[in-house]
Structures are given as structure tokens and as C-alpha cells.
Design a binder for this molecule. Structure first.
Ligand code: PLP
Ligand code: COI
Length: 360
């Protein structure tokens, strides 16, 4: 089957420059969407077809659409940054394309070729380039996703799918910006179990997380931290972000347990931290290790990382049994240094030694 090229059908009524500028002055996160989207269909026996860039618009779904009932739905999140020379670059999009394929395999959905994923993101960024914020760490957040589009109530993999990419200008993910978050250790609810869907970026994982996030809020915490499903002892990840533990010059992130999401920011920071001379490791960290490291002062900082929120310090921890402050509760030196190093590469303020930027 051949890879289709993307047919351009631009909007005849994009938002005016003034309307767009007003949105870009204070974009928030995920509240506003650009003028266009890319859609590509997949049908059993025919493969990927009808690749189009079209005006952003609601999707029309039959009430018996299989996604609405059985949740075959996956997504990605990546950012396009304005570079100092005015051009636009996305950060490691081929990594998102590959993770999207892995998510598709887990959810019995068709794999979108990496080239087509990249072409779809490039087409949307090119068309809606004026929506990429002008400078600094603001960006255009791209949200590629795929749903089943077949109509029917039988429980089996659908034989028709729709891939869509939308884009949203993004400022800070957390309303308070780079402010340490407080976390709730979830012992009652788990995000994912071995053999489950935790390594896939599948919508159901997020639906299942919401009750624990609500419990965290009831406990006065900003975010939930997930523990392993079996022993409820090993730290997995935080809400929609991976975690890093800083012991002076040594930095440890929970190993890919088979139930946490392999974050692209996490993987990038393993390299960046090494480049900056830190000793880096992937390993197992228990709740007791976290508490003990805090008490004896060996654990100096904890931070979370992900595309949407970049790097966010963790300031305090609460569980059903204990609560404690991480370090002095303020953004730590290593957290701040790594955040700057990552953003400098993404925004073109520093060289890109690993070739992570993809020019659009
Ligand atoms: N963990 C979860 C559950 C996520 O949703 C995300 C966000 O994508 C991450 C971790 C971080 O992944 P990435 O750095 O690829 O954005
Ligand atoms: C991201 O960081 O891209 C995420 O997907 C996290 C969240 C918005 C779901």
C-alpha cells in the first residue's frame, strides 16, 4: 500500500490577525485551537487514504461509533517552538510517531507510518505557522490522535479508523507556572498493572486516573503519584508526567517497569543530564526510599517532566500515613538547570547536539 500525500483544503475564514494575537497574548493550555486540522482515514483492506488538511471543525460521530463504547483511542503530544531565526521546529517528532505506533499495537489499531505522522504534523504547522507563539517557552502544542470510526456494538477491533492532528497554542500547563507541586501518593487506586495498557498513550488510562486525581485534590494536593499495582510500593510516575529523583550529583528516574509511560522528555533528560556531568541511572525507588532520603538529606530534589509541563518541581508529598516537604520545598538547583538546558535546546537558544529539532 502506498503512503498518501496530504491534500490541502485551507479555510476560507481563518481567525483574523487581531483575534489570533489576542489568544496568543495569553494562550493557557489546551483552550484554543488553530484554524486547521489534518485527517487521514484507514479502512481494512485499503489502508491509509484521504489524507487532508481541512478547516478545524467538529467531527460527526454515529452514536454507535465503536470508540464511544469500547475506547479504542490513542493520542500523542508534542510541541513546535519558534526558533531565533523565525523558523519553526518540532522536538523529536519521530519519537512520538514511534510511540504512537506502539500505542496502536497495544490497542489493536493500525500503525500509522512514521513518515505520514511527520508529514501530517508538518502540514499543520506549516499551514498554521502564524499560531506558533513568538518567543520563549511558549509553543504550539500538537495533539495527534486516532479513534475507531466503525459503527457497531460488537466487541472486536474496528475495521475503520480516523487519525487527526489538531494544534493549540500553549503557555504554562500549570496555572501557577514553575511553582513546586504538592503530590498525593495513591495507594487505593493504581494507574496500570503489568500486562495492562500503562505503556500506551491510550485515552482509557487518563479516564481511569481521574478519580485518583480528584482524591489528590480532596487531600489538598495538586497531582497524584502512581505506585506499582502489585506491592503499592514502587514509584511509577506522576499524573501525566515522569519523575526524577536528585541525590546531589546523582539523578535517578524510575525504570520502565512495563506499566509506566516511556516519556520522551524523560529519555531526553537522561542524555542532557549526562552531558551536563551528572551521574544518571534508571532504577527502582520505593516510597520508603523517598521518605528516608528526605529524612537523611541525601535526596535533594524531585521533579516531574513531560511535554506539556516541561519540568515541574515537586515540593511536598502526602500519603494516608505521612507527609513531608521535599528539600526546602522550593525549585532546586538541578531542576532549574535541567529545565533551562532542555528549553534552550527546544527554543534554539543553545546548540542541538543530538539533532533533536525537526525543522518544519
Ligand atoms: N506519563 C504520562 C502518563 C503522560 O501522559 C506523559 C505525557 O505525555 C508523560 C508521562 C510524559 O511523556 P512525554 O515526555 O513524552 O510528554
Ligand atoms: C503531554 O505532556 O503531552 C501530555 O500528554 C500530558 C497531558 C496533557 C495528558
Amino acid at each position: 500500500m502506498t503512503t498518501p500525500s496530504i491534500e490541502l483544503k485551507p479555510s476560507s475564514h481563518p481567525l483574523s490577525d487581531a483575534e489570533r494575537e489576542e489568544i496568543l497574548a495569553s494562550p493557557g493550555f489546551g483552550r484554543h485551537f488553530t484554524d486547521h486540522m489534518v485527517t487521514i482515514k484507514w479502512t481494512e483492506g485499503r489502508g491509509w487514504h484521504e489524507a487532508q488538511l481541512v478547516p478545524y471543525a467538529p467531527l460527526s460521530l454515529d452514536p454507535a461509533n465503536m470508540t464511544l463504547h469500547y475506547a479504542q483511542t490513542i493520542f500523542e503530544g508534542l510541541k513546535a517552538y519558534r526558533q531565533p531565526d523565525g523558523t519553526v521546529a518540532t522536538f523529536r517528532p519521530e519519537q512520538n510517531a514511534e510511540r504512537f505506533q506502539a500505542s496502536a499495537r497495544r490497542m489493536a489499531m493500525p500503525e500509522l507510518p512514521v513518515d505520514l505522522f511527520l508529514a501530517a504534523c508538518d502540514a499543520l504547522v506549516t499551514q498554521d505557522r502564524a499560531w506558533v507563539p513568538g518567543s520563549g517557552e511558549e509553543s504550539l502544542y500538537l495533539r495527534p490522535f486516532m479513534i475507531a470510526s466503525e459503527v457497531g456494538l460488537g466487541v472486536r477491533p474496528a475495521n475503520e479508523y480516523l487519525f487527526v492532528v489538531i494544534a493549540s497554542p500553549a503557555g504554562a500547563y500549570f496555572p501557577r507556572g514553575v511553582h513546586p507541586v504538592s503530590v498525593w501518593l495513591s495507594e487505593e487506586y493504581v494507574r496500570a498493572a503489568p500486562g495492562g495498557t500503562g505503556t500506551a498513550k491510550a485515552g482509557g488510562n487518563y479516564a481511569a486516573s481521574l478519580v485518583a486525581q480528584a482524591q489528590a485534590a480532596e487531600q489538598g494536593c495538586d497531582q497524584v503519584v502512581w505506585l506499582d499495582a502489585i506491592e503499592r510500593r514502587w514509584i511509577e510516575e506522576m499524573g501525566g508526567m515522569n519523575l526524577y529523583f536528585v541525590y546531589g550529583n546523582r539523578i535517578v528516574t524510575p525504570e520502565l517497569s512495563g506499566s509506566l509511560l516511556p516519556g520522551i522528555t524523560r529519555a531526553s533528560l537522561l542524555r542532557i543530564a549526562e552531558d551536563l556531568g551528572y551521574e544518571v541511572a534508571e532504577g527502582r525507588i520505593s516510597v520508603d526510599d523517598w521518605r528516608a532520603g528526605n529524612e537523611d538529606g541525601s535526596l535533594t530534589e524531585v521533579f516531574a517532566c513531560g511535554t506539556a509541563a516541561v519540568i515541574t518541581p515537586v515540593g511536598s508529598v502526602k500519603s494516608a500515613r505521612a507527609s513531608w516537604t521535599v528539600g526546602d520545598g522550593q525549585p532546586g538547583e538541578v531542576t532549574t538547570k535541567l529545565r533551562k538546558a532542555l528549553l534552550d535546546i527546544q527554543t534554539g537558544a543553545a546548540p542541538d547536539p543530538h539533532g533533536w529539532l525537526h525543522r518544519v
